[in-house]
Ligand binder design. Structure first.
Ligand code: GDP
Length: 316
């Protein structure tokens, strides 16, 4: 039985990944910390996971968790996951997202050396490493982050390559935005679907947003977890962009959500709060996943309207 260790297991992707790996017959271990808010949901859905206490800021606890789990595969999904929060806490973002990954990579390399058997490493990277590069981004797009979050992810993306050159099977997946009904409402998609569902049920009147014209490449989170698993099982370690190749604006998302919920005057209920507009927000992020399609046989399965529909239906 193969063993996997997942950091960030209580998050959206971590939960889907745990379910996928359990279905595939893995023993699934997760790194958790005190006060992890997602723990009850995780244990409700996947009672079979083995939990280890640990903190990406603390080398000793991390090394102990890696040694106890003794994994064949490590998926690093943990970190500060919000661009907005990274502006409030840039140093914490660097410590957890950037240095935490460095600590984990080192623990994995040590484990592999000690037991003389391969340990595979998968990093959840982000489209934010490209910043406002413009155009369609691929594996060859130069890194040019525009937020502390993007800078931390860019460092890890390069560090994964460094460890790969040094002999570790390490892959970095450049994940474009990926959503689901489990997305926290700090992200715009879930904020929209939750608010629209409330409005449809007469519990609210307006939807207050920031930049309505920001265009993002929104995919279905379980598809992105599938890409992680495929990259981990590939014959050769490499980096892959994971995206749908289609961009839609925040406004389009909101209007599609209102339409799905049957709210006919949705456009009039949207209000912009300039406080919610971010400094340096990339105007458009859209990815070219041709390499993942060709090498991993990966493809997104849920188109935009259907994604919005699933999230709205869940909130209704
Ligand atoms: P991110 O791309 O990982 O930061 O995901 P978000 O869902 O937080 O943001 C996606 C886009 O929506 C960004 O361009 C935001 O500036 C934009 N946006 C517009 N209004 C809002 C809002 O009210 N909340 C959030 N979180 N984002 C918003």
């Amino acid at each position: 039985m193969r063993r996997a260790l997942v950091t960030g297991i209580t998050g959206q992707d971590g939960g889907y990944l745990a379910e996928r790996l359990l279905t595939d017959g893995y023993e699934v271990h997760g790194l958790v910390h005190d006060g992890d808010a997602g723990l009850p949901d995780l244990l409700g859905r996947s009672p079979g996971v083995v939990l280890h206490q640990g903190d990406l800021r603390d080398t000793a606890s991390l090394a102990a968790a890696v040694a106890a789990a003794d994994p064949d595969e490590v998926y690093n999904l943990a970190g500060i996951s919000s661009v907005a929060f990274s502006w409030q806490q840039p140093v914490l973002t660097a410590d957890i997202t950037a240095l935490g990954a460095a600590r984990l990579l080192e623990a994995v390399r040590e484990l592999q050396d000690r037991r003389g058997r391969e340990v595979r490493f998968v990093q959840a990277s982000s489209a934010e490493i490209f910043g406002s590069a413009g155009g369609v981004q691929s594996e060859t797009t130069p890194l040019h982050p525009t937020s502390p979050y993007g800078a931390a992810k860019a460092y890890v993306h390069q560090l994964v390559d460094v460890y790969r050159q040094a002999g570790l099977f390490a892959v970095s997946l450049v994940l474009f935005n990926h959503e689901s009904p489990r997305r926290p409402p700090t992200f715009v998609t879930r904020k929209i679907t939750q608010t629209v569902a409330r409005i449809a049920q007469g519990q609210g009147s307006e939807l207050v947003l920031g930049n309505l014209e920001a265009r993002r490449d929104w995919g279905w989170a379980p598809d992105y977890v599938d890409a992680m698993v495929r990259a981990c099982r590939a014959p050769v370690a490499d980096d892959f962009v994971v995206a749908t190749g289609e961009a839609h604006s925040v406004r389009e998302f909101a209007l599609a959500a209102f339409a799905r919920a049957g709210v006919s005057d949705g456009a009039d209920r949207i209000r912009v709060d300039p406080e919610l507009v971010r400094p340096g927000d990339p105007a458009v992020l859209v990815g070219d996943a041709s390499k993942a399609r060709a090498v991993l046989g990966w493809a997104p399965t849920v188109p935009f309207e259907e994604l919005v529909g699933r999230m709205v239906d869940a909130d209704l």
